[in-house]
Design a protein around this ligand. Structure first.
Ligand code: NAD
Length: 339
C-alpha cells in the first residue's frame, strides 16, 4: 500500500519538527511547509529541517502561508491525504508588541490552508489552536465544551477566530476538521522564547531569570513527545457530522452542524511554576538568580487541561512527569549548545 501523505505546515518549528519525525518513523510521507520566520533563531529551524531531511520520506518547501499561489502549488504537487497546520505566529507576550504579525500569519495564512484543504478534499484537516482561548475562564480543568469567549490577547483572539473559520468550512464543504488546544508544550529542540529555554539559559549563563506574578503561576506543562503522539492518533479520529444533536455523547465537543471538533492536548496536571524552576535547577545542578516580577499584561495565572476527550478518542493521554521532561530538555540543551 502506498504511504499516506501528510502536509505539515510549520515543520521547522518546535512541534512541527517532532510531529514530522514521528510520522516519518511510522511510514508516512511528509511534506513540510515553513516560512522560516525570524521570530526566533532561524538556525535552530534550519537544523530541525536538516534532521528531517535525513529521511527520504521528507521533502520541504520554504514559503510563507500568506503566499497562496505557492501554497496551492505545493498542495497540487504533493496531493496530501491529510493536512496538519501548525505554522503560526505564536507567543503570548510578542502579540502585545506586534499584533499585525498574528493577523497575517494566523488569519490570512490559516484561510489559505483551509482553501487548499477544501480544494483537495483532504480526508482530515487538523489545526493548532491553544489553551489561551480559555482566556479569563477560571473553572478548572478546562473542558472543550465550556464557553470560551474571553480571550485576553490578540494571539488568543486569532486562534479563536481560526476555530470559528474552521467550523464554517467544515460545515459548508463537509471538510472533517479537528482543532487542537495545546497546553504549554516543552521538550528538546524547544522554543527560545519560552520559559524553559530562557530559564535554562539564564541558570547556565549565571544571568537573572524573570519569574512572573512572583511565581504564583500554574501551567499544564505538556511534553512534546506526548503531544505529537496525541496528534498522530487524532489523525485517525476523523470527525463525522452527526445525524442528530442527540447522537453527540456527553463531553464530546463534536459540532451538531459540521464534521468538526476541538480537542485539548494537555498533560492534565497543574504544576506550580516554582516547582518547575526547582526541577530545572536540579537538572543543571545550579541555582537560579530569581527576579520576581508582576503579572504580565495578557497573561493568565493558571492553565489546566481536562484530557478526557483526547483519551476517549485515541485511548491515549500524555503522562510524562515534568521532572523527566525537564531532564530531557536540559540534556538536549547542553549537547546542542555544548555548554
Ligand atoms: N509551543 C506551545 O506551547 C504551544 C501552545 C499552544 C499552541 N501552540 C501552537 O502550536 C503551533 C506550533 O507551535 P510551535 O511551538 O511549534 O511554534 P514555532 O514558532 O516553533 O513553529 C511555528 C513555525 O511556523 C513558521 N511560520 C510562522 N509564521 C509563518 C507563516 N506566516 N508562513 C509560513 N510559516 C510560518 C515558523 O517559521 C515556525 O517554524 C502554533 O500554531 C502555536 O500557536 C503552541
Amino acid at each position: 500500500m502506498a504511504s499516506r501523505k501528510v502536509l505539515v505546515t510549520g515543520s521547522a518549528g518546535f512541534i512541527g519538527y517532532h510531529l514530522s519525525k514521528l510520522l516519518l518513523a511510522e511510514g508516512f510521507r511528509v511534506h513540510g511547509y515553513d516560512g522560516m520566520t525570524d521570530y526566533y533563531d532561524v538556525t535552530l529551524k534550519q537544523r530541525r529541517h536538516q534532521m528531517l531531511l535525513q529521511d527520504p520520506g521528507f521533502s520541504t518547501t520554504e514559503g510563507m502561508l500568506e503566499d497562496q499561489a505557492l501554497f496551492d502549488q505545493v498542495a497540487d504537487d504533493f496531493a496530501p491525504d491529510v493536512i496538519v497546520h501548525l505554522a503560526a505566529q505564536a507567543g503570548v507576550r510578542y502579540s502585545l508588541e506586534n499584533p499585525r504579525a498574528y493577523l497575517d500569519s494566523n488569519i490570512i495564512g490559516t484561510f489559505n490552508v483551509m482553501e487548499a484543504a477544501r480544494r483537495h478534499k483532504v480526508d482530515h484537516l487538523l489545526m493548532a489552536s491553544t489553551s489561551s482561548v480559555y482566556g479569563a475562564n477560571t473553572d478548572m480543568p478546562f473542558t472543550e465544551t465550556e464557553k470560551a469567549d474571553t480571550q485576553l490577547t490578540i494571539y488568543a483572539a486569532t486562534k479563536k477566530a481560526n476555530e470559528s473559520m474552521a467550523h464554517s468550512y467544515a460545515h459548508l464543504w463537509d471538510l472533517p476538521t479537528t482543532m487542537f488546544r495545546f497546553f504549554t508544550v516543552y521538550g528538546p529542540w524547544g522554543r527560545p522564547d519560552m520559559a524553559l529555554f530562557k530559564f535554562t539559559k539564564g541558570i547556565i549563563d549565571g544571568t537573572p531569570i524573570d519569574i512572573y506574578n512572583n511565581g504564583d503561576m500554574f501551567r499544564d506543562f505538556t511534553y512534546v513527545e506526548d503531544l505529537v503522539r496525541g496528534i498522530r492518533l487524532l489523525i485517525e479520529a476523523v470527525p463525522v457530522r452527526p445525524d442528530s444533536p442527540d447522537d453527540i455523547e456527553e463531553g464530546d465537543s463534536l459540532s451538531p452542524a459540521a464534521p468538526y471538533r476541538v480537542v485539548n492536548v494537555g498533560n492534565s496536571d497543574k504544576v506550580r511554576l516554582l516547582d518547575f524552576v526547582d526541577a530545572i535547577e536540579d537538572a543543571i545542578g545550579n541555582k537560579a538568580q530569581r527576579n520576581y516580577m508582576e503579572m504580565q499584561m495578557g497573561d493568565v495565572p493558571a492553565t489546566w487541561a481536562d484530557a478526557t476527550l483526547l483519551q476517549r478518542l485515541t485511548g491515549y493521554r500524555p503522562a510524562t512527569d515534568f521532572r523527566d521532561g525537564v531532564n530531557s530538555f536540559v540534556a538536549w540543551y547542553l549537547d546542542y549548545y555544548k555548554a
